[in-house]
Design a protein around this ligand. Sequence first.
Ligand code: HEM
Length: 285
Amino acid sequence: MTQHQDLTSIAEPRVVRDTDLTYNDYLRVPQLLSLQVPESSPPHHDEMLFIIIHQAYELWFKLILHELEQAAACMNADHELQAHHFLRRVGEIMELLVKQIHILETMRPVDFLEFRDRLMPASGFQSHQFREVEFFAGLKDRRYLHFFQNRPDMLAQLQRRLDGPDLRDIFYGLLRRRGFAVPHDISLEHLQADEADREALLNAVLPVYRDPNDHLPLYLLAEALMDLDQQLALWRDHHVRVVARIIGHKRGTGGSSGVDYLERTTHKRCFPYLWEVRTRLSTEK
Ligand code: HEM
């Protein structure tokens, strides 16, 4: 069989008119492929990997925010299982993001050093979408706004996230509407300081975990939020390991201590009380 015959057996040849929507037009492929611009000159071979992996992360961050918005809207409408549907997608994407960081281990430390200085002072600190995911997931730390002083558009978006409800507010709001005795103030700062409210929150959540079959939609939703929290923590663990392997204990291009700073972030949890409730579980009713 000739190559031509082989092709015709896959699809009927069809004349593409100038006005037809094509794959390349729809997905803006030429524009997308023109966005990888190395800083090193002549371009270092590995800089292409470095640019593309970061761009791929940013695209997935965009989708994660899109899906989290939808999950939040479903929770606000008391649709636990619909929220679970969108959060499950986020969980799958994040699993991919955890694996993806290891591609960078194919870059030899000495090769990275060849172009690292050219990137100064650009840093992951300036990923506004990563920070937006964190803020939306309830990890609101306004000190990070400092990295966006020269980008009023990003600053405004992050400020909106800081001021608006996060997934923790929204989830516990739903629990309240379902009749669970969730305390009024569920901010992490307040709960760390107020033992009575901390106990009240744990006791409010406990029935969902003690009798999951009686609260199945809420249980599935809580576990999907746990998946998000766990994947975010795993991403931090894997990122810091990869960073240590490539730059050791050098300072970060964004001015932090590097690995020491990143290690400290690995303890962050968006839903610490969903983690803690497991400790409280027993088979006694
Ligand atoms: C050679 C590979 C990489 C190295 C050596 C590296 C190094 C670092 C260092 C040292 C920091 C601390 C901040 C600073 O002082 O700059 C950091 C933060 C960060 N990096 Fe990376 N990184 C790498 C790859 C990536 C990739 C692929 C992503 C994907 C988006 C990423 C996203 C981030 C983010 C979001 C932060 C802020 C984390 C936080 O504040 O919790 N990094 N990185």
